[in-house]
Write a protein that binds this ligand. Structure first.
Ligand SMILES: Nc1ncnc2c1ncn2[C@@H]1O[C@H](COP(=O)(O)OP(=O)(O)OP(=O)(O)O)[C@@H](O)[C@H]1O
Length: 139
């Protein structure tokens, strides 16, 4: 039976450092199927839309600048219990608190340049996936 879905994107620091392949390997080895994937770049305006929920936070402007500073690799992933299991695989937002064996422990540089994003609910996974991919790309 098909599992449920989550959305992720490899962030500019990790793509620029050449860690895309290693991160995708960890994701697939953890049992996630890649439903959709591309390499693209966000304008400041689109990055601002994506992180709109953080608009009032002090780090918002820096985050928008950082997220539009280089290429990213967004993906839709499928697995049983996808959202929770993926959050476990990526580890804590701040890499200083991320557990051994997590993607952020291995690849994140700081609380901002933390290598990867993972949706925090089924509802947001759907919204975020639709932000990057059209219906025909999701197979
Ligand atoms: N205090 C902070 N200073 C700088 N950047 C931050 C800070 N807190 C969060 N961020 C950045 O904003 C992103 C979104 O913050 P959020 O609290 O939603 O974390 P998260 O859910 O772990 O991350 P994501 O949504 O990217 O998976 C973080 O991944 C990080 O890049």
């Amino acid at each position: 039976m098909a599992g449920n879905k989550t959305f992720t994107m490899i962030k500019p620091d990790a793509v620029a450092d050449g860690n895309t392949g290693a991160i995708i390997k960890m994701i697939e080895e953890a049992g996630f199927r890649i439903v959709a994937m591309k390499k693209t770049r966000l304008t400041e305006e689109r990055a601002g839309q994506f992180y709109e929920v953080h608009k009032e936070r002090g780090f918002y402007q820096d985050l928008v600048r950082y997220m539009s500073s280089g290429a990213i690799v967004p993906m839709i992933l499928e697995k049983e219990n996808a959202v929770a299991d993926f959050r476990k695989l990526i580890g804590a937002t701040n890499p200083a608190n991320a557990e051994e064996g997590t993607i952020r422990k291995k690849f994140a540089k700081s609380i901002e340049a933390n290598a990867i994003h993972g949706s925090d609910s089924d509802e947001n996974a759907e919204i975020e996936g639709n932000f990057f991919f059209s219906r025909v790309e999701k197979f």
